[in-house]
Design a protein around this ligand. Structure first.
Ligand code: NIG
Length: 389
C-alpha cells in the first residue's frame, strides 16, 4: 500500500481549491500520491505512516513550471556578460547551445537535465514542462525528447526554435524537415509542439505550418510569441487554439482582445525580461482584460538561466503590478491551465500531492524577502523530494 503522510500544524494552507480555499491551523493528509483530507490541526494523531510538523508555517501548492528548456549542454555566460555591457539579446544564440548539445551524449544530457530538475525541486517546482529545441536535426531532437521524457510527461517538441546554420539559405526546407521526419521521430515522446514565431526565427506562415503538422500528429499547440517585438505570434496562437502563448512582452490592443476571448493562456516569463533587459509584460493590462495568465521560469542557457519561481513571483509583484495572490495563482493554477491539466496547481481533494512548505508564515514573504531560500520542503506525489532542514 502507498504510504500515507500527514503534514500537521500548518499555520496557513493555501489550496487554490474553490471549496477548501485558505485555511488556518490545519493538517493535510496525502494518500496514494493524492490529497485525501484537510482536517483541524492535531486531529490526525497516529493515522499516518509518516508525519511532518509544519511548525505553524505556510503550505502552498507546488509550482507548475509550464515553460522550460532544461535539456542542453554548454555555457553562455559570456553572452550574458556582453548583454550586461550593452549588447542586445538575439535569437541566434540558440545556435551556440545547439552546437554544444549535438556534441553531448544522451546519457550526459539526461544527467545535466536531472541536476537542473533537482534544482527546480529545491525551488518548489513540482511539475515541469520541458522543450527540445537545441538539437535542430532529426537525431538530436529525438534524443532531446527522449531525455525530457525521463523527467516529465509534459514534453514539448520545439524543432522550430531557430533555423540551423546548415539551412540558412533555405529556411523553408528546414520547415519541411521539422514537419516531416523530425516530427515523426519526436512525436511519440511528446505531448506538445511549439514554435518560435518571431523575427529571426519563424514567420507566421512557417509557424502555422509547423503547428498544423503537429496537430495532425496528435500534439497540443504552444507558441513562443511577441518576445522581442510586435508580431503575429499571439494572433496565430489564438487562431489555432494553442494552450499557451509565451512571452507576450509586446502586445497590441487587438492581441489583448483576442486573448481575452480565447482559451489560450498568456504565459509571462519575467526572469527572461530581467536577464535580457527587455521591458516586462503588462500583466495588469492582461488581467484586467480577463486574460488567463501563467508565470513560468523559462529556464534556459540563453535568456533565463534560473528555476527560481519565487524570483519570478517577486518580479511579477514588484514590477508587473500583480498582487501576491495573483502571482502565486499564476505560478500554480495558471501553469496547470497552460498545460491543460487539472491534477496539479491546487490542493483540492484528489489532486496530486504536490506541495511546498515555506519557511515563512505567508506567500507575501516570497516577495517581501526576495532572494531568500524560503523553500523548507518540497513534496511531489506525496514524497519528500527536497528538504532544507
Ligand atoms: O524562450 N525565445 C526563444 N527561446 C528561448 C531562448 C533560448 C536561448 O536563447 O537559448 C526563450 O527565451
Amino acid at each position: 500500500m502507498t504510504p500515507s503522510l500527514v503534514i500537521d500544524n500548518i499555520g496557513l494552507l493555501i489550496t487554490n481549491d474553490p471549496e477548501i480555499g485558505e485555511r488556518r491551523d490545519v493538517s493535510i493528509v496525502f494518500e496514494h500520491e493524492r490529497v485525501a483530507a484537510v482536517l483541524p490541526a492535531g486531529s490526525t494523531a497516529g493515522a499516518a505512516d509518516s508525519r511532518i510538523d509544519a511548525g505553524g508555517r505556510c503550505l502552498i501548492p507546488g509550482f507548475v513550471d509550464s515553460h522550460t528548456h532544461l535539456v542542453f549542454a554548454g555555457d553562455r555566460s559570456n553572452e550574458f556578460a556582453a548583454r550586461m555591457a550593452g549588447a542586445p539579446y538575439a535569437a541566434g544564440g540558440i545556435r551556440v547551445t545547439t552546437a554544444a548539445t549535438r556534441a553531448t551524449s544522451t546519457t550526459e544530457l539526461v544527467a545535466l537535465a536531472q541536476a537542473r530538475r533537482d534544482a527546480a525541486f529545491a525551488c518548489g517546482i513540482t511539475h515541469i514542462e520541458i522543450k527540445s529545441g537545441y538539437g535542430l536535426d532529426v537525431e538530436t531532437e529525438a534524443r532531446l525528447c527522449a531525455a525530457a521524457a525521463e523527467l516529465t510527461d509534459d514534453v514539448t517538441f520545439l524543432g522550430a526554435h531557430v533555423v540551423p546554420s546548415e539551412f540558412a539559405d533555405d529556411p523553408d526546407a528546414y520547415v519541411d524537415l521539422v514537419c516531416g521526419p523530425m516530427l515523426d521521430a519526436c512525436a511519440p515522446r511528446a505531448r506538445w509542439i511549439d514554435v518560435f514565431c518571431e523575427t529571426g526565427a519563424f514567420d507566421y506562415a512557417q509557424s502555422r505550418r509547423v503547428l498544423l503538422a503537429g496537430r495532425a500528429a496528435g500534439l497540443g499547440l504552444r507558441v513562443h510569441g511577441n518576445q522581442l517585438g510586435h508580431g503575429p505570434g499571439v494572433q496565430l496562437a489564438v487562431e489555432l487554439d494553442a494552450a499557451s502563448v509565451d512571452h507576450c512582452t509586446y502586445l497590441s490592443d487587438a492581441d489583448v482582445d483576442a486573448l481575452a476571448s480565447s482559451q489560450t493562456v498568456a504565459t509571462l516569463l519575467p526572469a527572461t525580461d530581467f536577464s535580457t533587459r527587455q521591458p516586462y509584460p503588462d500583466a495588469r493590462r492582461l488581467l484586467d482584460a480577463g486574460v488567463a495568465v501563467a508565470l513560468a521560469t523559462n529556464c534556459n542557457p540563453g535568456s533565463s538561466y534560473t528555476s527560481a519561481m519565487a524570483f519570478c513571483i517577486a518580479l511579477a509583484v514588484r514590477d508587473m503590478q500583480m498582487t501576491v495572490s495573483e502571482a502565486l495563482s499564476a505560478a500554480t493554477l495558471g501553469g496547470a491551465r497552460a498545460l491543460r491539466r487539472s491534477d496539479v496547481g491546487h490542493l483540492g481533494i484528489g489532486a496530486r500531492a504536490d506541495a511546498v512548505l515555506l519557511d515563512a508564515q505567508s506567500p507575501t514573504h516570497l516577495v517581501y524577502r526576495p532572494g531568500m531560500p524560503l523553500t523548507a520542503k518540497t513534496l511531489s506525489r506525496g514524497a519528500l523530494v527536497f528538504s532544507a532542514e
